[in-house]
Design a protein around this ligand. Structure first.
Ligand SMILES: [Zn+2]
Length: 666
């Protein structure tokens, strides 16, 4: 399951070391266009032929990349239209980029699309029947955004298709404001930040246009090798691309994860929670299907401000963390450190020296031996009963809004706050798009779901009526899909199921605090006083029961948490943000007990910084227990289970070393 990404140099020695490291697959060809096509129409596949032949002899699987992530100099010089254009500043006309860097081609250029299709067809024809070919790795870490005349024209066509006519567009975008009403399609540019609805449509277009480019460059692969799966390496919660839409067009979800485990001011446990969330997101993109950790580093990266060494054991810990959350492999960038270029100091399986005696190599080889024992876990799913709605379009919209508060707009931090309450208890969580079905979950949480899609509230009502628990927060249910604020009272169409009306909202400075005071006899035995920060929604309970009230300011005594009994279920509204994890931890902890949510490891209390994740097949249930702390912890197991990694029984009191992990067979 251990996979590397490698280059053409030192191949004989590299393949010897690949075998020693227990590596069974390699991704090749990324950024290799200037080698594959050194001059226009002149192709040289020699190094790929060589690697494919060696891989076949070594019984390795090759994930063969298409080279579009970086365009060759001769092409950028001859066809300037393939280079992106960007506005260098507010209200300034776009300029053409110089040829440099990577990930900067225009997604619309017919020339670049044609060049990609030619070389991809040649790769598919040459290697489509090769026994070592396992999967296509199309391009690399797609980004988005170009403001050239071709993209401008494509944006206008995209808008015309969406709105049908300018009347509908003017209404949806509220263009009468500041006299921006459009009377001709040619008046619509790409850079006007004063129309938030336009900014969001631009983001939709940018994501869609790059997706369209990906589909165009994949077309020859689909046609010539219909049975070879396709992946693109994604980047977690990367804002510019709506991965929910992308995932429908890839066969295997893969992503690149580089947790530093030393970021300041983050703690190792905070970093762990953030990356577990992103792993769960990748698993959720295709409805729970296992994903692939396409890129990671056995050592430090070179692109952070400070690139500290991973402590011994942390590489193993973060690799098993990915598998715990649904990855069916552990892959690395890169096999061998290059001697030059801007990633020459980036961690790799093999150092510049080429020795097997380096710590990174030894740790990769040791992990390779352990991963071989995890065969029964391949293909296993995660039985989540809790879901968090994480909608890219809603993120874009809140992000594009002028105001209301810099602190309150961080939707990712808000989602993570809710996520951590379950993650630390070992209760599995799925992520959902705003258009997803809610059936099958016990608890659905919508943190800062600013934009509500058509039909979302109706689905929530059916979910709650049938016995589900829905949790919404401040800044949920503000606007429709074109960023028009709901006029029937907030939280818009969710007002009925939540049984409240948001009257006005107070945004606090960083150093200000309010209090959330649980009422005596509150449901689920909620009790205590919790500091609130950043945002306090001033709410009127309509049909909802008041569970907690504010402790300070002119709205003291007003509802801070409510619950509405609706059909067989409940809809909760958390009106304030906690100043730390205390409020959400208490709330979701009580909810988990009340709803009897199943923990991955029910017979063992998890110390802070230790998590348990579960993956199961038809025949097996596997519990990954990982200690993210810098110190050992003692766990007390009531049940005896076998650790797949060592084959030994685990029961009673067990010391888990710093960064230690167990994979228990239940
Ligand atoms: Zn363009």
């Amino acid at each position: 399951m251990s996979i590397v990404r490698c280059g053409p140099e030192n191949l004989g020695h590299d393949f010897h070391q690949i075998k020693l490291a227990g590596i069974n697959s390699a991704s090749i060809g990324i950024f290799s266009w200037s080698a594959l096509e050194p001059e226009e129409g002149v192709f040289d596949f020699g190094f790929v032929d060589d690697i494919m032949a060696r891989a076949k002899r070594a019984k390795m699987a090759i994930i063969l990349a298409t080279p579009s992530g970086a365009k060759p100099n001769w092409m950028a010089q001859k066809y300037p239209e393939i280079r992106r254009m960007h506005s260098p500043g507010r209200n300034v006309a776009p300029l053409r980029e110089e040829q440099c860097g990577r990930h900067n081609h225009c997604p619309t250029s017919p020339v670049y699309r044609e060049k990609c299709q030619i070389i991809n067809a040649k790769l598919a024809e040459r290697y489509g029947g090769h026994p070592a070919l396992a999967m296509w790795h199309v391009s690399n870490e797609y980004g988005a955004g170009c403001e050239c005349p071709l993209c401008q024209a494509a944006f206008r066509q995209w808008l015309e298709k969406k709105y049908g006519g300018l009347k509908a567009l003017n209404e949806a975008w509220w263009t009468g404001f500041w006299a921006h009403r459009f009377t001709d399609w040619s008046q619509i540019g790409m850079t006007d930040g004063s129309l938030p609805a336009m900014v969001v449509d631009r983001r939709r277009f940018d994501s869609d246009q790059m997706l369209d480019f990906f589909r165009a460059e994949s077309a020859p692969l689909r046609a010539i090798t219909p049975d070879v799966p396709i992946t693109v390496n994604m980047m977690g919660t990367y804002l510019p691309l709506d991965y929910w839409r992308w995932a429908k067009h890839v066969d295997v979800v893969s992503w690149d994860a580089y947790p530093a485990y030393h970021d300041r001011p983050e703690t190792a446990v905070t970093t762990a929670g953030r990356f577990s969330f992103a792993h769960d997101l990748n698993r959720s993109l295709k409805g729970g299907k296992p994903f692939l950790l396409m890129e990671s580093s056995p050592g430090p990266t070179n692109w952070m401000q400070i690139n500290r060494l991973l402590r011994p054991g942390q590489h193993r810990m973060k690799s098993l963390q990915a598998v715990a959350h649904g990855s069916d492999g552990v892959c690395y960038f890169q096999l061998r450190k290059g001697r030059g270029g801007c990633e020459k100091f980036h961690g790799a399986v093999i150092d510049h020296v080429g020795s097997e005696d380096d710590r990174m190599f030894r740790e990769v080889a040791a992990l390779g031996r352990e991963l071989k024992r995890l065969g029964p876990v391949l293909g296993a799913r995660t039985p989540a009963k809790v879901a968090i709605v994480f909608d890219w379009e809603s993120r874009w919209m809140l992000n594009a809004a002028n105001g209301p508060s810099a602190f309150a707009k961080d939707t990712d931090a808000a989602a993570l706050g809710h996520y951590r309450a379950y993650w630390k208890r070992g209760i599995p969580v799925d992520l959902l798009n705003g258009d997803a079905k809610l059936d099958g979950y016990d608890v659905v949480i919508a943190p800062q779901l600013y934009m509500l899609r058509e039909g979302f509230a109706a689905r929530v009502e059916r979910f709650v009526e049938k016995g589900g628990t829905f949790v919404a927060t401040y800044l949920t249910g503000i606007a429709n899909e074109t960023d028009l604020v709901f006029s029937g009272g907030l939280p818009g169409p969710l007002r009925n199921v939540l049984g409240i009306r948001s009257m006005e909202t107070d945004y606090l400075y960083d150093d200000e605090r309010n209090e959330v005071v649980m009422r005596p006899g509150a449901p689920m035995a909620l009790a205590g006083v919790y500091p609130a920060a950043y945002v306090c929604d001033v709410v009127r309970a309509e049909t909802a029961e008041v569970v907690a009230t504010y402790g300070r300011d002119f709205y003291a005594g007003g509802p801070a948490i409510t619950v509405n009994h609706f059909g067989k279920g409940e809809a909760w509204y958390v009106a304030a943000a906690g100043a730390d994890d205390g409020l959400l931890d208490a709330f979701h902890g009580a909810l988990a007990r009340a709803r009897k949510l199943k923990r991955a490891l029910p017979d063992c209390d998890l110390p802070a910084g230790v998590t348990a994740q579960v993956r199961q097949t038809k025949t097996g249930r596997f519990i990954f227990v990982i200690n993210f702390n810098n110190d050992p912890v003692v766990l007390a197991f009531k049940k005896t289970r076998r650790d797949l990694l060592t084959g030994r029984a685990v029961s009673g009191r067990k010391t888990l070393p710093a960064y230690g992990a167990l994979v228990l067979e239940d």
